[in-house]
Design a protein around this ligand. Structure first.
Ligand SMILES: Nc1ncnc2c1ncn2[C@@H]1O[C@H](COP(=O)(O)OP(=O)(O)OP(=O)(O)O)[C@@H](O)[C@H]1O
Ligand SMILES: [Mg+2]
Length: 298
């Protein structure tokens, strides 16, 4: 089967602890609550696309532990074909957050086995796709992405959302990936980090990428694909912005693959992002009726 879109990026379990206060060195404090949710940027975007009815898959690596099992079953229940490799030892990726009653946060990222993914572990059938969507790994996982895109058929469209992690690695470290990237989905700060410019046209020419999309939060999107486009964000009640960028990517990629142009794709990205920020979590409030998605009440 040929997939419409396949994601390749780190998989993490997000564990948000509500604490009395954030402990300093040698201090002790209490946890009052814990909220867990499945994370990973490419995975979130594949879930968004699956809910919109596309055939999707995800490539990543977890350990043989509780978190790994939850991450995998979440993908499957959302109808995302699961090409996750399971390591015999080690821990699955986790992001441990600690938030105090004033909203101050401390985050600890444990990449776990994410970066131990090897190219020979990637199933050939996972690369039979219209589009491959890349998001960041904390460490050596980037080398697998380079090897995968080298092996990729020329007909496959490659989209990249570098996030802060890849953007801060700098353009020279990303050069092998940027050379094969057809669509760059990024935010203004990340684009400036990479190119010194917030202008999508200038960035496209500096990076040699055909389509550059710059997400600007409540200020909307600027994009360039030979023509310039500026699209306002929807005015939405903002409940939680977790995953807004991933949701935008799902909307944009969906419309782009359906053959709509740059402006419509940006508008649809904004719409899916607005649905995401209208509720809690990265995927809970995304529209659609995928297998793992609660039916919408009409
Ligand atoms: N306050 C807001 N009001 C309306 N839309 C918003 C708001 N914040 C974000 N969005 C929508 O979400 C999209 C993506 O958010 P943003 O521009 O913050 O991207 P990002 O920095 O990549 O996000 P993330 O931190 O999730 O990676 C925006 O293009 C916009 O459509
Ligand atoms: Mg982002």
């Amino acid at each position: 089967m040929r997939f419409d879109a396949v994601g390749l990026g780190a998989l993490n379990m997000d564990q948000l602890h509500m604490v009395e206060r954030i402990a300093g060195p040698d201090e002790e404090t209490f946890v009052r609550g814990l909220v867990e949710s499945c994370g990973g940027s490419a995975a979130n975007t594949m879930i968004g696309l699956s809910r919109l009815g596309l055939r999707t898959a995800h490539i990543g690596k977890v350990a043989d532990d509780r978190e790994g099992g939850l991450l995998r079953s979440n993908l499957s229940s959302e109808g995302v074909t699961d090409f996750t490799v399971v390591a015999d030892t080690g821990r699955s990726g986790r992001v441990m957050g600690f938030v105090d009653p004033d909203g101050n946060r401390a985050l600890y990222v444990d990449p776990g086995v994410n970066d131990t993914l090897r190219v020979d572990e990637v199933a050939d059938e996972a690369l039979n796709t219209e589009l491959l969507h890349l998001t960041s790994f904390a460490g050596d996982g980037i080398n697998v992405q380079v090897e995968v895109i080298e092996a990729l058929d020329e007909s496959v469209t490659v989209s990249l959302d570098p996030g802060h992690i890849y953007a801060s690695r700098g353009v020279s470290e990303l050069s092998d990936i940027l050379e094969r990237t057809d669509i760059l989905l990024t935010n203004q700060r990340e684009l400036e980090l990479m190119t010194g410019s917030a202008d999508p046209e200038e960035a496209a020419s500096l990076l040699g990428i055909g389509v550059v999309v710059v997400k600007m939060g409540a200020r909307g999107v600027r994009a360039w694909d030979g023509e310039s486009v500026m699209v306002d964000a929807l005015s939405t009640e903002c409940v939680d912005t977790t995953g807004a960028g991933d949701a935008f990517n799902a909307g944009f990629i969906y419309a782009w693959l359906e053959g709509f142009g740059l402006e419509v794709s940006c508008r649809f990205g904004n719409y899916i992002a607005s649905r995401c920020i209208g509720g809690y979590g990265a995927t809970e409030s995304l529209p659609g009726t995928g297998p793992g998605c609660p039916q919408e009440v009409r």
